[in-house]
Design a protein. Structure first.
Length: 237
């Protein structure tokens, strides 16, 4: 199994000034922002999974899942909570959530190959009660609602890199998370393209910041930084 490092390709440093927080120019567009890229990626990963049973890349490494699961334990998120994995990719997080005892799990992704891969990965683990749907999160037409917890690991990053409509995509994304969550529901986001300050700014209206999950930090030129931000928000109406 390939495990991505905490700074995978496609993760740029984004600036943190007041003007840049809402800007679309703090990192450039990338193929990682396109559906074609993800479809080709998951087609390959699906073939590899069928050949050798390797689920493929774990974005930001295994620890990125463990830290969210640890927070869920500490917060005593009930096992029957409705949980949505936004842009589920290979479904690896759904597998971990199910093994952790969560029973009401949904994953969505706009890549048909991702959906097929995630279903295959879940089936190989005998986890047949997990729902995986092909769906564009930015155009889900009210189908996603009443979730207790929404999880994002790398999907808002991908949407922010869209070469065509990143600005609109970011706005639609925030609204889609609001629509998908119950009042007081939690949103757990792990991002490598946005800093804590930028995420706080982006998810300020309709959300209450709950906490930052500790991520590995690095030191460079006398400054301490983190290559990944992991934040928890609560939906407030
Ligand atoms: C960086 S990958 C992360 C995958 C998975 N969350 C993980 O941690 O391994 C980004 C994922 O977002 C999905 N994605 C991007 N834009 C999307 C959209 N508008 N709707 C649904 N899924 C989307 C991609 O297909 C891809 O699976």
């Amino acid at each position: 199994m390939e495990v991505a490092t905490e700074s995978p390709h496609g993760c740029g440093n984004s600036s943190d000034t007041e003007e840049d927080r809402d800007s679309d120019t703090d990192f450039g567009p990338s193929k990682l922002g396109t559906k074609e890229y993800w479809e080709a990626t998951y087609q390959n990963e699906l073939e590899t999974f069928k050949d050798v049973g390797d689920v493929g890349e774990i974005w930001f490494g295994e620890e990125s899942m463990t830290r969210v699961l640890r927070w869920m334990d500490k917060t005593t998120i009930p096992e029957n909570s409705a949980i949505l994995d936004i842009g589920t990719g290979n479904g690896a997080f759904l597998v971990e959530l199910a093994k952790h005892g969560y029973k009401n799990l949904t994953g969505i992704d706009y890549s048909p190959a991702s959906v097929e891969l995630a279903r295959n990965v879940l089936q190989a683990e005998d986890l047949t009660d997990v729902t995986v749907k092909e769906m564009d999160f930015l155009n889900c037409q009210g189908e996603l609602k009443d979730f207790d917890v929404c999880i994002d690991k790398g999907t808002f990053d991908a949407i922010s890199l869209n070469p065509e409509n990143a600005k609109e995509g970011k706005k639609l994304y925030v609204q889609a998370v609001k629509d998908a969550l119950k009042d007081r529901g939690f949103f757990a986001i792990t991002s490598c393209n946005w800093t804590k300050a930028q995420l706080l700014n982006r998810f300020s209206e309709g959300f209450e910041f709950v906490q930052e999950l500790p991520t590995p930090s690095f030191q460079f030129g006398g400054k301490t930084g983190s290559s990944v931000a992991a934040l928890i928000f609560k939906r407030v109406l």
